[in-house]
Design a protein around this ligand. Structure first.
Ligand code: HEC
Ligand code: HEC
Length: 306
């Protein structure tokens, strides 16, 4: 291969060098226009709730796939021709191999704008496109929780390929936006915030397409019959369509499914659907999500389980 394409190593070296020079400037970590102003009581508990129950960070960052509740010391591999091999980072506060030297703002910047401490734009495997609109209090709560964990030493290397390195030359991190976080409660409005920007339901349940594998904005929550590699089953259509979605489910059906991992048809859901962690969300939060899902357009899209 190398003999046939002698230019390839040179191009690789060039892209690497250019990517290193063109490290974008750090974007501000906070919401646009915002001075930090939030209630800091129980911030670590709120962060734990988001990281461990709602956002399933452990689904990617935990050391072992079998234990999403274990240490978030990273290493899990994601392979894709657009990216090369990207590994989930070590999120424990180890000073050399984890987030030990990152400030809260550095962590928030990574969550919301996909930018690492050194300015590098993170691979979009990390769902920052969805966390872009996580509110300041929640984002800083996540940062504080991560820093409260015991440090674990685990060096995680990244092996991006030429395609990703070249694409990175043209990418900049997103800019801060002003976020309005609705009041917490069992309302569709709060459910919209949770499902899209905290619990990341949209990140798995919205189909992706095209050469850049982008989310199909016209089919939110319609399920994905060709999910990223490694998914043992297809994310379901959870729009209110009555034949191909969850239109016939009552709120009770929904809560029972989220809590037991068994849907009204009696299928036991594969744990890639993070019900073993989502089940710990509060009744009100799950109701909020159900009420929000009911407000979506029903989309007819038959997604076979596999
Ligand atoms: C779908 C998998 C996935 C999920 C879910 C996910 N991440 Fe990530 N995350 C990654 C990957 C992969 C990287 C490495 C990207 C890179 O280095 O280009 C990453 C990078 C990061 C970084 C940057 C760390 C560094 O050293 O550069 C932080 C901070 C982070 N994730 C926090 C979180 C938190 C907190 C959550 C939950 C709210 C979360 N992630 C959910 C896959 C994921
Ligand atoms: C990591 C990806 C992922 C995330 C995040 C995720 N899901 Fe799922 N979900 C799936 C997959 C895959 C299935 C299909 C499981 C199966 O068929 O065994 C599924 C199935 C479901 C089902 C069952 C549908 C049916 O017809 O049986 C519901 C309901 C559901 N998810 C709701 C949610 C909600 C609400 C959230 C956010 C709080 C969420 N999911 C987050 C991947 C995910």
């Amino acid at each position: 291969m190398t003999r046939l394409m002698p230019w390839k190593p040179a191009l690789f070296a060039l892209a690497t060098a250019l990517a290193a020079c063109r490290q974008p400037a750090l974007v501000p970590a906070r919401e646009a226009g915002g001075a930090l102003a939030f209630d800091t009581t129980d911030l670590v508990d709120r962060g734990r709730y988001i990281v461990r129950n709602a956002a399933d960070c452990g689904g990617c960052h935990s050391a072992s796939e079998k234990n999403p509740d274990g240490p978030l010391s990273g290493g899990r591999e994601f392979k894709d021709w657009r990216l090369g091999t990207i590994r989930a980072s070590n999120l424990t506060p180890d000073p050399e191999t984890g987030l030990g030297t990152w400030t809260d703002e550095d962590i928030v910047r990574a969550l919301r704008y996909g930018q690492a401490k050194n300015g590098r734009v993170l691979a979009p495997v990390m769902p920052y496109d969805w966390m872009h609109r996580m509110g300041d209090r929640d984002a800083f709560a996540v940062a504080q929780y991560l820093k409260s964990q015991p440090p674990v030493r685990n060096e995680v290397d990244q092996s991006p390929n030429l395609v990703f390195k070249t694409a990175s030359l043209f990418r900049s991190p997103d800019n801060p936006v002003a976020v309005i976080v609705p009041k917490r409660g069992p309302t569709a409005m709060y459910g919209d915030y949770l499902a899209n920007h905290v619990a990341l339901c949209a990140h798995c349940h919205t189909p992706r397409s095209g050469i850049r594998d982008e989310y199909n904005q016209k089919m939110p929550y319609a399920g994905d019959a060709s999910p990223p590699k490694g998914f043992p089953v297809n994310p379901s259509n959870i729009t209110p369509d009555s034949t191909t979605g969850i239109g016939r489910w009552s709120e009770e059906d929904f809560l029972r499914t989220m809590r037991t991992g068994v849907n009204p048809k009696g299928d036991t859901l594969n744990p890639i659907m993070p019900w073993p962690t989502l089940r710990r969300m509060t009744d009100d939060d799950l109701k909020a999500i159900y009420r929000y899902l009911r407000t979506l357009d029903p989309i007819e899209n038959d997604v076979p389980r596999k």
